[in-house]
Design a protein. Structure first.
Length: 103
């Protein structure tokens, strides 16, 4: 298995006032210390986007892979199956001792 390590950089956005609760924004970035050979083209904002980035870096997935009739569940299953078929994993470090591996 080839594993790509990501770091959880998620954060709360705020409108600047104390009256409103901030919105949680998922944000994952490749750990460039463990993958210096990979150029990261922006943050991923979901686990599926992490998978998508890895598949693109590996040359397995190309632009335009989504079809109009695919829903998000089908997209997720498709990405998972491509990762498994190609022996790839995404590991996300959520801080402390919390590490999650996908798929």
């Amino acid at each position: 298995m080839k594993r790509y390590n990501f770091v959880d950089d998620s954060y709360y956005t705020s409108s600047g006032c104390d009256c409103c609760e901030g919105l949680w924004t998922e944000c994952y970035n490749l750990d460039t210390d463990s993958h210096p050979e990979v150029f990261q083209n922006g943050s991923a904002h979901s686990i599926d986007e992490c998978l998508e980035q890895v598949l693109e870096w590996e040359g397995i997935l190309e632009d335009g892979w989504r079809t109009e009739d695919m829903n998000w569940e089908e997209e997720s299953l498709y990405l998972d199956s491509l990762m498994e078929e190609n022996g790839l994993q995404v590991a996300i470090d959520f801080g402390g001792d919390k590490l999650s591996v996908y798929p």
